[in-house]
Design a protein around this ligand. Sequence first.
Ligand code: FES
Length: 568
Amino acid sequence: MGSKRQTSYGDAGFSQFIKMAFQRHLGHEEEDFEKPVIGICNTFSEVNRCHSHIKPMIEVMKQGVLMAGGIPLEFPTTSIGEMFTSPTTMLYRNLVAMDTEEMIAAQPIDGVILIGGCDKMLPAQLMGAASANKPAIAFTGGPMANGEYKGRTLGACSDCRHFWQEYKAGTVSEEEIREINSRLAPTAGHCMVMGSASTIAACAEALGMMVPGAAAVPATENERLRLARETGKAIVAAVKQELKPSDIMTEKAFHNAIRTLLAVGGSTNAVIHLIAIAKRLGITLALDHFETLSRETPFLANLRPAGDYQMEDFYRAGGVPALLKELQPLLHDEEMTITGQTWRQVLDGIEVDEVYRSVIKSLEEPLHKEGGIAVLKGNLAPNGAIIKPKAVRDRRLLTHRGRAVVFSSIEEMEKRVNDPALEVDENSVLVLQNAGPVGAPGMPEAGMIPIPEKLLKKGIRDMVRISDCRMSGTAFGTVVLHVAPEAAVGGPLGLVRDGDWIELHVDRRELVLDVPEDELKARQEKWRPPVYEEYKRGYISLYREHVLQADEGCDFDFLLPAPKEEKA
Ligand code: FES
């Protein structure tokens, strides 16, 4: 059955003989052994709430596989959820990628369905599938339906952050915050704003790795089950056509995915993930390329946290295919999707219904002329940093000069940020060091540094914040992230001291530490790498030793493709 790779007993005939004997446990007969075997990567977990509802989808996928003449075989892989994995899921993305790759490669399957959902799952699965390079198709559990509180639409987790901030400022009562808490995540599914999960799903669809239309369908819609069945059928067809991830995820397909990320105002996390997935296929996506595309890709989808609507509304407006229809003049529409159709064929006949124009804008009248992500450079971030200009709450801060208030770690920030004695005002620049891939470790989503309570109570809701960590795709504010190289490996961010002047010019894409060169040199000479007392063994010590920086995708160096050998 399935893949030609067999368990090794030193006798290939015996390996086949024993495999046939043991495969009969599911009632299969000999003729079944010739059919395409489709692995279904089951990421069900009661701890990962965003994947706790996927079992019925798997059953329907199996129907699709059987209808198309394949044999479905479900198998488990690691499943991690944002709110329940400490210190952060990003620390384990590469573990999921390794698990997924090795299980796809080692098991007797001809193709695989990846079931993602929560933020890090789909990126990890696409990284693993890219390296395994057997036919693969992605699917997700889908976004939650909209939440609602007193007539206001609620979105996880932009409103988790918004209302918590208001609660800390004293404008939301204890009773209200408890009531809001009970309505923030009202149905099964992943977060329903254009956060990281929705963004990476949209990018995976634009890459061509999903059945078109699948990313935006809410978890609770019948349509998601229908598409689960189509996914089962599509992977059998992909196996028959020998369509591998490397055939679908080409350099041009990544450009389509980046355009999609920019047009939906998606999560900054997707920048890291797309770089990492592409690297697995030997494709380099430089940060400068994101910047170039951002300058020429209009922001079309009016979705939170940068806009007004949520995934349920995006779905009703036509989802990713409708968005791509608008973007089509900027796309490589000759690129193939996993269904065997090119995007040009898929988009033929699709149009955005004018009723939904407030959700998906036209290329001629976009929400904003440029895309949702900007890449900053300067002596504070020689290898780049990221900001979401449209998620900035106080537009005046897009150009700002202020004095640094420095926190040397996440723990120190948590201890001191609300200390009434902290010398800080609304013009200060909050700087968080040692929170990057190596430093934290795992680059947690702590980049939306809390505004000190004493300033919140004065009505301040946004400040310039700079760090080498990430922020949730659902977060907002004047937040500079992914500073590379990070402080813990000797990046200039680690040289910033309290009171230093920092300048941010988003229009010029500049981030400058205004300290004389010779003073910075002297600080650099005195700098010593942090000494870590914890995580001296096991996976996390491996992580610290091998993780790449944010601008390189935070993959492990030993998981990149081996350099091609020169022919003699
Ligand atoms: Fe899973 Fe937000 S918690 S996507």
